[in-house]
Ligand binder design. Structure first.
Ligand code: ITT
Length: 198
């Protein structure tokens, strides 16, 4: 069995590869097949995850798994949301996005800085699969005043995890992979993938 992982984000590749290892499937990243990033024209995490999985499945002919995720900040009415990767503009890097977020939150007091990470995972058997498997996970926390920690990726240095009293960039990878929005989605997805494999 070979599957394609429909992402161009190395942070996701690392976390997903770790979490999918128990399946014993040969999961290859889309770049190995020369698949470029799909255009994310959807209006929801679900639509964008399907677009990405379908694009990679179409080109490779393999079952595909995709992750569409982002950060929803209550004080910003859910922004950056599905636009998290492009918050500071098309092709923006993690640091630019974090800087923009902190400046948008400059005047927001501690008590009003709640936020959540959202992750939608989609698996489809082939590009025209009419019954893709779709799972969603959320992770509640809040936005710090400044970046702390060097682990993870993206918005991790500014995402405060109350149960652990640190940012998600300070968590050991195996702890983040137990708690995160991606982990929550994956916990639902894994048994369904196991069933799809037989
Ligand atoms: P692909 O579409 O190629 O998978 P992407 O980075 O463009 O990669 P998204 O469109 O799903 O992915 O955007 C996700 C955004 O949310 C991006 O800015 C990430 O840095 C951020 N993000 C998602 N999961 C995260 C996590 O676990 N920790 C920190 N930031 C995360």
């Amino acid at each position: 069995q070979q599957w394609v992982m429909a992402t161009g984000n190395p942070g996701k590749v690392k976390e997903l590869a770790n979490m999918l290892a128990p399946l014993n499937v040969d999961i290859r990243v889309q770049s190995e097949f020369g698949v470029a990033d799909a255009e994310e024209t959807g209006l929801s995490f679900v639509e964008n995850a399907i677009l990405k999985a379908r694009h990679a499945a179409r080109i490779t002919g393999l079952p595909a798994i995709a992750d569409d995720s982002g950060l929803a900040v209550d004080a910003l009415d859910g922004a950056p949301g599905i636009y998290s990767a492009r918050y500071a503009g098309a092709g923006a890097n993690d640091q630019a996005n974090v800087t923009k977020l902190l400046s948008a939150m400059q005047d927001v007091p501690m008590a009003k800085r709640s936020a959540r990470f959202i992750c939608v995972l989609v698996w489809l058997r082939h590009a025209d699969d009419p019954t893709p498997i779709i799972c969603q996970g959320q992770w509640h926390g809040s936005i710090t005043q400044a970046p702390v920690g060097s682990g993870g990726f993206g918005y991790d240095p500014v995402f405060w995890v109350p149960q652990q009293a640190c940012t998600s960039a300070e968590l050991a990878p195996e702890v983040k992979n137990q708690l995160s929005h991606r982990a929550q989605a994956l916990k639902q997805l894994l048994p369904q993938l196991e069933a799809a494999l037989v």
